[in-house]
Ligand binder design. Structure first.
Ligand SMILES: [Zn+2]
Length: 65
């Protein structure tokens, strides 16, 4: 299954990653390695994405919304 993924910026100027209908923002930035959390983490969503040099190496695409 192909999920369209885009790197971009939020209206507030933060880096974001859009994957299908879901948006992720930077949670931890360790040089080239970035951990992204779903923007709905405030409502308890635990989905995350890990990238290295903007290449997705790990996805936990389990959303509670
Ligand atoms: Zn989510």
């Amino acid at each position: 299954m192909l999920i369209l993924t885009f790197f971009g910026f939020t209206p507030g100027g933060k880096r974001c990653l859009d994957m299908g209908q879901y948006r992720f923002t930077v949670h931890q930035n360790e040089g080239a390695k970035v951990r992204w959390r779903c923007v709905r983490k405030t409502v308890g969503c635990t989905a995350f994405v890990t990238t290295i040099d903007n290449i997705i190496i790990r996805v936990r695409q389990i959303h509670n919304h």
